[in-house]
Design a protein around this ligand. Sequence first.
Ligand SMILES: [Zn+2]
Ligand SMILES: [Zn+2]
Length: 372
Amino acid sequence: MSKRDYYEILGVSKSATQDEIKKSYRKLAMQFHPDRNPGNKEAEDKFKEAAEAYEVLSNDEKRAKYDRYGHSGLRGGQDFHSYQNVNDIFSHFSDIFGGTFGGSSIFDDFFGGASSQRGRQKQSGTPGSDLKITLKLTLEEIATGTTKKVKIKKYNKCDVCNGTGAKSSGSFKTCSVCNGTGEIRQVSRSIFGQFVNIAACNNCGGTGKIISDPCTKCSGDGRLHTESTIKINVPAGVFDGSYMTLRSEGNSGKNGGPSGDIIVVFEEIRHEYFVRDSDNIIYELNISYPEAVLGTEVEVPTLNGKAKLKIDPGTQSGKFLKMREKGIQHLNKHGAGDQLVKINIHVPKNINSKEKELLKELQKMPNIKASE
Ligand SMILES: [Zn+2]
Ligand SMILES: [Zn+2]
């Protein structure tokens, strides 16, 4: 069968920018994500097809080859992978989706951690739940990134029984309901034939074992509700409302079950005088009319202390002066935004008689009149 055109697969034009390609791929990946389409072979194929197209078009060199020679210009396995296994797509693209982000990939965050679940081994015990915390950050902290220590109450593995819930390794007996298999098979018949449904045993939680002598510290739960201090490495450039996932740092599971995640939602604290515009910082500066006309040098606050700013003679009201790279560091790429200083010319409301006299004098001067 002939291969479909990569641009057609991603639904973008031949002149699409990398941004458009990425956006389009994200949309498709989300739509055909196997976790959203369980058992749907067509969706899985589309998911793989989009991954292959994205792999080529997101790389300028491969894209150029493809533009020139089409599919025949690319070598499988080297220029692109014909994905057989969906898991390979996750491992392959975790870095393409914006790189790692505080230990987890944007890809994971993007799918709400769904892709991470599939990588988990089938484990005994009941999985722990996720925890969500809101982390308030100042613009100064966002500008350079920061490390925060947060105290939270969560379920942690019991240190006495190491999470098993049993007093000792001999404190177990075989579950009588499932005879130690941890599974319950239910056979049902219908006109289409016989169905076998396998479910985890409720009695033992799928472990096949029952604790005969529970740990005294955690009463057999395998975990304790205690206060923990967690360290959060916040990368520079995060946005209000964005979040990151701390894998397996949430509540510990029961009886040795896997831990949940901690989802950290960032909240930007409103700054006293800076306004954020993407990675740029806007600051409004009042200067006097003579300063605007004659020019001057002033000190302005920045996210990293005070800095000098030169105001040229004849600077107009409303003009933006750029202080290069004094803004917020970009997330996942080098460089930083700028500080943009908006010039406001201060018009005094109260003046004394001397000032009034001088202004009246000034008003008569040939270059002072507002231009028509
Ligand atoms: Zn214990
Ligand atoms: Zn059982």
